[in-house]
Design a protein around this ligand. Sequence first.
Ligand SMILES: Cc1cc2nc3c(=O)[nH]c(=O)nc-3n(C[C@H](O)[C@H](O)[C@H](O)COP(=O)(O)O)c2cc1C
Ligand code: SF4
Ligand code: SF4
Length: 253
Amino acid sequence: MLGIYFTGTGNSQYVLEVFLKKYDKTAHICTLTDKDITHYIRNSEEIIFSYPVQFSNIPKILKDFVDKNYGLWQKKHIFVIATMGLFSGDGAGILARRLQKYGAQIEGGLHLKMPDSIADERALKRSLERNKALVRAAEQKIDKAVKKLKCGDPPQEGIGFLSYMAGLLGQRLYFYHKTQCYSDRLKIDTQKCVGCGKCATQCPTQNIHIEQNTAKASNQCTMCYRCVNLCPQQAITLLGKKVVAQGTIEKYL
Ligand SMILES: Cc1cc2nc3c(=O)[nH]c(=O)nc-3n(C[C@H](O)[C@H](O)[C@H](O)COP(=O)(O)O)c2cc1C
Ligand code: SF4
Ligand code: SF4
């Protein structure tokens, strides 16, 4: 069994690890950008994906990966976990349908509410205690989902037609353009940046480089929010104007 995750602040990696610790301790877990990932996929019949929902859609980097490797999904048994801050409708279904189109057999889906990763948007922020409680609730939900999966009755969250309509009408239709291309909207405050390079080394799309001791962004951002949450100077913003609260999963465990 193989677990594949894409993550910005660690939520999707964490829930996948918790899930597989209970479901199959021998499973191999890797990130989407692992250099050997296609080799792992070829050698696995069962795959669990875990990723963050973005505007009731999948991150551009994940969509591109699935499409580029369209020949790898035939007859794979796939279970999809989607993490989200609040609502997605068909978070797991979006990826499931894409994989199904390429011949995968979808076993089910699981939606997990987790701390919000958009560090520069005040409206979405919760207290530390509330975020910790969310993570604990997600762990309990995983426990139940694993039990159902082991009994041959996997959860089907986000998979059916009603979920599709909820995701489409609830959000995707209005924000569709946001995830269709890589973003060129990442802003770095050069007055605050000290050139530490943390953002550049952590970016999954190599969208940031250091030039004359200052970070510079390009137009290949997949909006994971990793750099925004990690920058020690709070110098990076994307959708908002100012960093309000930074956090990665470790803060909530
Ligand atoms: C660009 C962007 C868009 C998002 N859109 C949604 C959304 O539509 N619905 C939702 O519930 N959460 C949304 N979120 C929140 C994340 O899905 C959520 O915090 C997720 O658990 C982050 O996981 P990660 O740490 O693995 O990246 C969005 C986050 C980002 C960065
Ligand atoms: S992490 Fe922040 S301070 Fe460090 S190089 Fe990037 S923008 Fe500059
Ligand atoms: S620039 Fe930042 S938000 Fe964009 S993909 Fe890279 S790490 Fe993620």
